[in-house]
Design a protein around this ligand. Structure first.
Ligand SMILES: Cc1cc2nc3c(=O)[nH]c(=O)nc-3n(C[C@H](O)[C@H](O)[C@H](O)COP(=O)(O)O)c2cc1C
Length: 196
């Protein structure tokens, strides 16, 4: 796995999990990151995400966070990622609940996830939200538009079915690969139509 560009430099990513269904996305993302050289992750798992991890994957946040380089509690506003002075190469919220989306869209920094997202936007760093809810009401849609207009990327985890993947993990990893690719990190997980 390589970073784009000639000089290989350490990268820092913020990876947060919130309580929408689809905890497998955050889990597989952190797992993938843990296998990439020169990549450090700063992870936050909200209390609601702890629940969805337990319900959906039968695992604890502690097990998931073994794949992160650093992790912080959601009320830890002294964490490095709460400050723009701490350099990061971007942030992903996977999955992103409508509650967290709304905190980001309104600038209401009620926890470290929302605070770190506001930092990413103000510092003009990539912010990718794997927003998950269905169907969407006008409030959800407005919030998504607001974050998009502030520079964030709204990327609902909708799997593509044209690559012939056979398992849930394979489908999830296509999105994970796409997210990493958007952050300038090339992996074999990123599939391209028409490219073998
Ligand atoms: C099994 C389960 C699935 C959920 N799925 C969603 C979802 O897809 N989208 C969403 O916005 N909230 C969903 N929720 C509700 C959130 O967990 C809840 O709004 C929570 O307060 C979000 O908090 P957080 O953003 O701080 O993690 C789900 C809750 C449970 C228990």
């Amino acid at each position: 796995m390589l970073f784009r560009g000639e000089n290989i430099q350490k990268k820092n990513l913020v990876v947060c999990m919130t309580g929408a269904t689809g905890s497998i996305y955050g889990y597989r993302l952190l797992l993938a990151c843990s296998k990439i050289q020169h990549l450090e992750t700063h992870a936050v798992v909200t209390r609601s995400a702890e629940e969805t991890l337990r319900i959906e994957l039968g695992i604890t946040a502690k097990e998931v966070l073994k794949n992160a380089t650093f992790n912080y509690r959601e009320d830890d506003f002294k964490a490095p990622i709460a400050s723009g002075s701490f350099n990061t190469d971007g942030m992903v919220v996977a999955p992103c609940s409508m509650k967290t989306l709304s905190s980001i869209a309104t600038g209401f920094e009620q926890n470290l996830v929302a605070r770190a997202a506001m930092v990413a936007l103000k510092e003009r760093r990539p912010l990718i939200l794997l927003t998950r809810e269905s169907p969407l009401n006008a409030i959800h849609l407005h919030n998504m538009l607001t974050v998009n207009q502030a520079g964030g990327t709204i990327m609902p985890p909708l799997p593509p079915f044209y690559f012939g993947m056979k398992s849930i993990e394979e489908l999830v990893d296509i999105t994970v690969g796409r997210v990493l690719n958007m952050l300038g990190i090339e992996t074999k997980m990123h599939k391209q139509w028409g490219v073998d």
